[in-house]
Design a protein around this ligand. Sequence first.
Ligand SMILES: Cc1ncc(COP(=O)(O)O)c(C=O)c1O
Length: 350
Amino acid sequence: MIKARSEVEQLEPYAAPLEGRRPMLRLDFNENTVGPSPKVVEAIRRLPPNAYATYPEYAGLNEAYAASINVPARYVEAFNGVDAAIHTIFDVYGEKKSTFLTTAPTFGYYKPCALQHGMQQDEVLYPDDLSFPLESMRERLRRTPRLCFICNPNNPTGTLLEPQLLLELARAAPDTLVVVDELYADFTKKSVLPAGLELDNVVVLRSLSKSAGLAALRLGFAIGQPEVVSRLRRVTGPYDVNAFAVIAGKAALADRAYVEQYVRQVQAAREWVTQQLRRLGVRYFGQGGNYLLVWPPRACEVVESALREKGILVRNMRGKLVIDGSFRLSLGTLEQMQRFMQAFAEVIES
Ligand SMILES: Cc1ncc(COP(=O)(O)O)c(C=O)c1O
């Protein structure tokens, strides 16, 4: 058998428990829990057969996203989900044996991308109170890593760093490409944009997977100076973003009111859930995003499987540094959270 590159031979596949979730209340992957704007579904339905048979056209897509965040289109590039943007950034900047710096625990796809390029991973742990380890990151950035990923708010801890502090970190590290993963920025309204665009070592990642409800279609964006974005474009295939994602993305971006209304629903649900958790004396944490970490007063495995029996999925953080013993709870509508809370209270009180 022909062996793969030595870095790949040592890799474990990135596996997520994604099967059989459709009939359940899915509070495990931070997806939108009600689906996209009806205008998205309508736009897909209206597609004629030749739209399936023709390679996709991209005119207007980057422009529509750029307009939605108020930046010029030349700063924006679409990807097959932010996962593909992450992979591309490592393809372009992930020099073998150079250092990749991030926080831990954080989004799980950065690490395999770094390892498959033979990079050395340097991780700064969140402290027990899950605040952002600002001093340690500042210090580690002084060692000039090649790449640094900061997820803000961080998934899964929910830690939120003020954008201006993040920009200070990036300004002090001009030889490090600082990637700010803002997947949940619609829920926090805090962003390094537009100020980050003045720095040529900052790239911001955004997606239509979560707030806009297009996770299945795969559409994400990288935003950075044109010199950086043009380098990312050099390594992608000509049709990596599929035609359904283009049509759906444009329709979703044309109906921002729908996204804003969903975000408000999630924020109201967050208020209610945190109030209930306090009432029950249950520890939780989360400073932003459509999710919280919850430490159940019984073994997490027992609570997770009892919730599953009741048709509700949450994501167990078993084995993760600092947050072992908690589960991540995605936030949906108030009604969905009421269903969760009733089941959760029954499980922890039984
Ligand atoms: C922090 C973070 N970054 C990136 C992604 C991937 O997003 P996409 O669905 O756009 O590939 C996720 C998905 O859960 C995420 O939580």
